[in-house]
Design a binder for this molecule. Structure first.
Ligand code: ADP
Length: 493
């Protein structure tokens, strides 16, 4: 039986006013209807935003440590339900069960981290230039925050946004991806059961161009946090710019792993396989370029082909599978199109390049792990985000050339270097244009206590996670207290 997802607006669960719904099918088996969710529009979004605005009046006054305790409780509930939620996630969006467990774990980790922030959220105190006067600064909540999230981390990404927003005293309207409404609903349920008051977290399912767009342009929404495609991020950015809203954008990547001639090749190989084919390449931090030093390139590619060909493709619910399906038919077609583009550009298809077929695969959107060699930096497959199990191998002759190729992209999310040379490691930390750099690790695997985000076309400078996320979910208020009993003029007296 499919799960019937409902909106949650001001504590009330309901479908869309129009009665319209959207069906979500298991990408590993299109005969399995996973969820049916409301297809909401501007009307439901307006109600949700108004409920959030009303709830903000009281939620902002709840002591932050108390808000933190509720988030800890939500984390505890997610931990209790981890397995159930992970299985739902695999059914709804396809990633292998071990990775789905990791996704839920990331939300649990975020809850623990954010809960403690309820007892910090520190401001500063400062001396004043005049006698009998002190200065200090406070973090204040922004107000109603709209969260627009993708499907590839359907629990972790909402947690990165919503937990910090709540601990700071903001209220929230979540518009999840059309592909993962049931996962998002389960995440919201954990918050509700943890005692978050009605109206503080609202949940509206619907299409991006309708419900998402209505949320972005609602005048009572003070901040939008978006994770998704560059295309959509730019549209949202235009509206937020015009309306003077706070906006956090987390968009595309074209992440590269560099393997130098002095690297531990087996380690680098494991990293490349995990980085490129984990989550079927559908992570914003996925490795989509491999930059190989010429001295080891042939051997590395031979081993990569050999190992990638042995990856087991199938339903993520079967714990022995390494590579699950793509999220839907459109995404599989898109990946396949990029493979044709790569071939037409003159890259050599060394492995894969086609739908994966056979028993257990024909009812899903499976694609073979794909390796391109002979790739040059100017090719489209080396520049555009594919979001699938496709890796482009580029050969270089020096570390300097590797840095130059790695940086030759409009994006700047994740990067990786495999080397045994400490000098090169520190040069990479200095010279890679990326928000995240791994030394002797793949491009994926961020931990929640460090800031997450990218430079250049990946985002607009904000960071999620770590202690940096609070810059987005609070505004600073500077306060001057004058106890001199007379008018004192700064810069003049
Ligand atoms: P993805 O490839 O991850 O689905 P999208 O950018 O299409 O990337 O979707 C990410 C999120 O943005 C989803 O929740 C989607 O519904 C939403 N979205 C898509 N278009 C718009 C839009 N024009 N305005 C607001 N939200 C949108």
């Amino acid at each position: 039986m499919p799960i019937e997802v409902q909106n949650l607006i001001g504590g009330v669960r309901a479908g869309a006013a129009s009665g319209r719904t959207l069906e979500r099918r298991n990408p590993a088996d299109r005969n399995d209807v996973v969820s049916i969710a409301p297809l909401s529009g501007a009307e439901e979004v307006d109600k949700a935003v108004r409920a959030a605005a009303e709830a903000f009046k009281t939620w902002r006054l709840v002591p932050a440590p108390k808000r933190g305790l509720m988030i800890a409780e939500a984390g505890r509930r997610l931990a209790e339900r981890k397995e159930e939620l992970a299985r739902l996630m695999t059914r709804e969006m396809g990633k292998p069960i071990a990775e789905a467990r990791g996704d839920v774990q990331e939300a649990i980790d975020t809850a623990w981290l954010v809960a403690a922030e309820g007892r910090r959220l520190n401001g500063d105190t400062a001396p004043c230039e005049l006698p009998d006067k002190v200065g200090m600064s406070f973090r204040k909540p922004v107000g109603v925050c709209g969260m627009i999230t993708p499907w590839n981390f359907p629990v972790a990404i909402p947690s990165w946004k919503i937990f910090p927003a709540l601990v700071c005293g903001n209220t929230v309207v979540l518009k999840p991806s059309e592909h993962t409404p049931a996962c998002a609903a389960e995440f919201v349920r954990a918050l509700v059961e943890a005692g978050i008051p009605e109206g503080v977290v609202n949940f509206v399912c619907g299409a991006g161009e309708e419900a998402g767009a209505a949320l972005v342009k609602h005048p009572l929404v003070r901040a939008i946090s978006f994770t998704g495609s560059t295309e959509t991020g730019k549209i949202i950015g235009e509206t937020c710019g015009r309306m003077n809203k706070k906006l956090s954008l987390e968009m595309g990547g074209k992440n590269a792993q560099v393997v130098m001639e002095d690297a531990d090749l087996e380690l680098a190989l494991e990293g490349a396989l995990w980085g490129a084919f984990g989550t079927t390449g559908q992570r914003c931090t996925a490795t989509s370029r491999l930059i190989l030093h010429r001295a080891i390139a042939d051997e590395f590619i031979a081993r990569l082909r050999d190992r990638a060909a042995k990856l087991r493709i199938g339903s993520g619910l079967d714990g022995t599978m390494h590579v699950g399906p793509l999220v839907d038919e459109a995404q599989r077609n898109r990946v396949h199109e990029y493979v044709q583009i790569g071939k037409a550009e003159g890259a050599v298809l060394a492995l894969g390049g086609d739908f994966a077929r056979g028993p257990g695969l024909d009812a899903g959107w499976f694609y073979k792990p794909t390796v391109f060699t002979g790739v040059r930096r100017e090719m489209r497959i080396a520049r555009e985000e594919i979001f699938g199990p496709v890796i482009a191998c580029i050969v270089v002759d020096s570390f300097e050339e590797a840095v130059s190729v790695l940086n030759d992209t409009e994006y700047g999310l994740s990067s990786s270097l495999y080397t045994r040379d400490v000098t090169r490691a520190f040069r990479a930390m200095r010279d890679f244009e990326a928000g995240i750099t791994y030394i002797n690790g793949p491009t994926i695997g961020a931990e929640v206590q460090l800031p997450f985000g990218g430079v250049k076309g990946t985002g607009n400078g904000h960071r999620e996670a770590g202690s940096q996320v609070y810059e987005f979910y609070t505004d600073w208020q500077s306060v001057y207290v004058d106890f001199s009993g007379r008018l004192q003029r700064a810069q003049i007296d």
